[in-house]
Design a protein around this ligand. Structure first.
Ligand SMILES: [Fe+2]
Length: 251
């Protein structure tokens, strides 16, 4: 229970003080910068990482591929498509007043870890600092925390429009819209701009919980392939992911 049609479960709320939130904000700012850098240095060159780093050229890491190969990877990766990120339904389980934090994994949550990094752009591919992003998702069993704030949180993009979410890959579930592939719900809003509500998905070859992501994606009638996270594997079965949002900034 606990999916889009379920009742609240019995898990406890995460009580956070104002001091916690301030510390969380500072921690996010630190981890965002470090996290995006690590993505780029690890060779998982993506639009988000490349764009986030354009103001700060990265030094060649030890053991990095030859410069020519690295240059080719960067050259063929588009920085920003300019195509507006498609919207989707919000679903009934969004909760306002979530904690401000980049790491939404609370004690007791098991699952395949993923660090999701990206940049929020406008349709002219200008990064959007101070953009509010809300994330919420179900856990490794397909359950949403409806009594507390497990796997829920909000954050603001940094001065380069970048964000970093530390979470787990959610599981599929059956709900009012039928079979749902694993997805992360988001609400994204730049200052003074329209709200984007959408959902992010995972590639067909994602390995988590013994599930067939290709079949699950194919069966999900809400899924939009344009909202697929780009994944790379990390040691121990964890993932790094990237997704860039492109927002319309005028009503
Ligand atoms: Fe959902």
């Amino acid at each position: 229970m606990g999916n889009d049609e379920a009742q609240p479960d019995a898990r406890g709320a995460v009580n956070r003080t104002d001091s916690d939130r301030r510390n969380s904000r500072r921690a996010f700012l630190r981890t965002t910068s470090a996290g995006v850098t690590s993505v780029a240095l690890a060779g998982t060159v993506t639009a988000s990482a490349a764009s986030a780093q354009q103001a700060a050229p990265a030094a060649a890491p030890q053991g990095a591929p030859p410069a020519s190969a690295a240059a080719l990877a960067w050259a063929v990766t588009p920085a920003c498509s300019g195509q507006e990120t498609p919207d989707s339904i919000e679903g009934p389980l969004f909760k306002p007043a979530s904690p401000e934090r980049g790491d939404v994994v609370t004690p007791g949550t098991q699952g395949v870890r993923i660090d999701l990094a990206g940049v929020v752009y406008d349709t002219a591919c200008t990064p959007l600092p101070d953009t509010l992003i809300e994330f919420w998702q179900c856990d490794q069993n397909g359950d949403y925390d409806t009594s507390g704030f497990g796997l829920r949180g909000h954050q603001y993009t940094n001065n380069r429009g970048a964000f970093l979410l530390r979470t787990i890959i959610p599981r599929d579930y059956w709900g009012r819209w039928g079979q749902r592939a694993p997805h992360i719900h988001t609400r994204v809003q730049a200052p003074g701009s329209p709200l984007l509500v959408t959902q992010l998905y995972f590639p067909d070859d994602t390995k988590a919980y013994g599930r067939d992501f290709a079949a699950l994606n194919a069966a999900d009638r809400l899924l939009n392939r344009a909202c697929t996270i780009a994944l790379t594997t990390r040691p121990g079965g964890a993932y790094s992911g990237t997704f860039d949002f492109v927002l319309k900034t005028t009503s």
